[in-house]
Write a protein that binds this ligand. Structure first.
Ligand SMILES: NC(=O)c1ccc[n+]([C@@H]2O[C@H](COP(=O)([O-])OP(=O)(O)OC[C@H]3O[C@@H](n4cnc5c(N)ncnc54)[C@H](O)[C@@H]3O)[C@@H](O)[C@H]2O)c1
Length: 346
C-alpha cells in the first residue's frame, strides 16, 4: 500500500469541484494524513469549497503548477503522494482558446512530474478523463476500456491526452511511480455553474432557459463525484504502478434525459429547454467499462443515479449563497459569449 494512514499528500487543483471533494475525503478517512492543497484559484477554483475542512491537517497554498519554484517550495521530501487535479477543464472554453489548456494541462503536468521526481515522492496520480478516447458509436455495446486508443476530439481532450503521455514517459524514463485514472462526467455539489448539470439546476430554479446542444441526444456516462473520489483513493492506495484505471458507474444518459429529470424533480416545465447550435466536434457517446477497478481494487459506486441526483439537487437548493457567488464575475461574461443569453435574463 503506497499511502499509509499518516501519509503526506500534495493535491494540485484541490479548490475545484472534484479536487475539493477528494481533499475532504482524505481528511475524513485517513485520520493522520496531512494535505497540502495547491491551487491557482482560476475562475473555477473556489475557497468556499474548502470551508469546514480540518485546519490542522490541511494547508492551502495559492500557486500555479506551471511555476516550478512555487511547486518545489510547496513540495517537501516528506511528500508521499502527488495527486494532480489541476486543469483547465471546460471543453467549450478550450474551443474558444486552447492556450491556457496547453499551459496548465500539459506544461503544468510536466512541471509537477519533474518536481515530484526531484522530491522523490512515492506516487504520482494523474486525474484524466474518458474524453481522451474520443467518441463511441451510438446505440452499440462498445465501451471504453483501458486498452482503447487515444482519439481526443477537442483541445481540452487533446491536452489531457498529452499529459497522459508525459506521465507514462516519466515512469518509463525516470522510474517515477505513476498511476492514471480516467473518469466520465461527474455530478454533485460544488461544481462550477457553467457545467451542464449545475447550469441546468440553477437556470431551472430561476425559470431561465436551459441551453441544450444540438438534438440533445449525446450520451454521457455519469458518476457522482463522491464515488469518483473514493475510486481515486483506492487507486492511490492499491493501484498498480504504470497502470490506467477507468472509473465509471455504468450510468449512460442522453443529455435530454438528464435535463428532463432535473426539471421533473424541480417541478419545472420542459418548455424551459432551449435547443442551441451544437458544439463543434461534439462527441456523441461516452461509455466506460470499469471492470478493471471493480475486480482488481474492489471499488463499486455507492450512489445510484436517482440517489445521487436527488442529493445533488438538494445541495444546490440548500446552498444558494454558494451558487450566487459562483455565478457572478467571470462566469457571467463567459455565459453570455457562449450561449447568447444573459445571466438573470429570461
Ligand atoms: N468534471 C468532470 O466531469 C471530470 C471528469 C473526468 C476528469 N476530470 C478531470 O478532473 C480534474 C478536476 O476537474 P474539475 O471538474 O474538478 O475541474 P475544476 O475546473 O472544477 O477545477 C480545476 C481546479 O484546478 C485549478 N487550476 C487550474 N489551473 C491551475 C494551475 N495552473 N495551477 C494550479 N491550479 C490550477 C483551478 O483553480 C480549479 O480549482 C481535471 O483534471 C479534469 O480534467 C473531470
Amino acid at each position: 500500500m503506497v499511502a499509509s494512514k499518516s501519509a503526506t499528500f500534495f493535491v494540485a487543483g484541490g479548490a475545484g469541484f472534484i479536487g475539493s471533494g477528494f481533499v475532504a475525503l482524505l481528511l475524513e478517512t485517513l485520520p493522520a494524513a496531512t494535505v497540502v492543497n495547491f491551487d491557482a484559484l482560476t475562475y473555477a477554483g473556489n475557497l468556499d469549497n474548502l470551508q469546514g475542512l480540518n485546519q490542522e491537517r490541511h494547508k492551502f497554498i495559492r500557486g500555479d503548477i506551471t511555476d516550478r519554484s512555487s511547486v518545489l517550495d510547496a513540495l517537501t521530501d516528506a511528500t508521499d503522494v502527488v495527486v494532480n487535479f489541476a486543469a483547465e477543464s471546460h471543453v467549450d472554453r478550450s474551443i474558444l482558446s486552447a492556450n491556457e489548456f496547453i499551459e496548465t494541462n500539459v506544461l503544468g503536468a510536466q512541471v509537477l512530474l519533474d518536481c515530484a521526481r526531484e522530491r522523490k515522492v512515492r506516487r504520482f496520480v494523474q486525474i484524466s478523463t474518458d474524453e481522451v478516447m474520443g467518441s463511441l458509436p451510438e446505440d452499440t455495446d462498445t465501451f471504453f476500456t483501458e486498452e482503447s486508443h487515444f482519439r481526443p476530439n477537442s483541445p481540452y481532450a487533446a491536452s489531457k491526452a498529452a499529459a497522459e503521455h508525459l506521465v507514462r514517459a516519466a515512469h518509463h524514463t525516470f522510474g517515477l511511480d505513476t498511476v492514471i485514472t480516467r473518469c466520465g462526467n461527474n455530478y454533485g455539489p460544488r461544481q462550477f455553474p457553467e457545467k451542464f448539470l449545475p447550469l441546468m439546476i440553477a437556470n431551472a430554479l430561476n425559470d431561465e432557459p436551459i441551453p441544450i446542444y444540438g438534438d440533445g441526444l449525446n450520451v454521457r456516462d455519469w458518476i457522482h463525484v463522491d464515488d469518483h473520489c473514493r475510486a481515486i483513493l483506492k487507486v492511490v492506495e492499491a493501484g498498480r504502478s504504470d497502470t490506467t484505471y477507468n472509473i465509471g458507474a455504468r450510468n449512460e444518459r442522453r443529455n435530454i434525459e438528464v435535463a428532463t429529470s432535473v426539471l421533473d424533480q424541480l417541478g419545472k416545465p420542459h418548455s424551459l429547454l432551449k435547443f442551441v447550435k451544437d458544439r463543434p466536434g461534439h462527441d456523441r457517446r461516452y461509455a466506460i467499462n470499469p471492470t478493471l477497478i471493480e475486480t482488481e481494487l474492489g471499488w463499486k459506486p455507492q450512489e445510484t443515479w436517482e440517489s445521487g441526483l436527488r442529493k445533488t439537487i438538494d445541495w444546490y437548493l440548500g446552498n444558494p449563497r454558494w451558487v450566487d457567488r459562483a455565478r457572478s464575475g467571470d462566469y457571467r461574461q463567459f455565459y453570455a459569449q457562449q450561449y447568447g443569453i444573459e445571466v438573470g435574463a429570461n
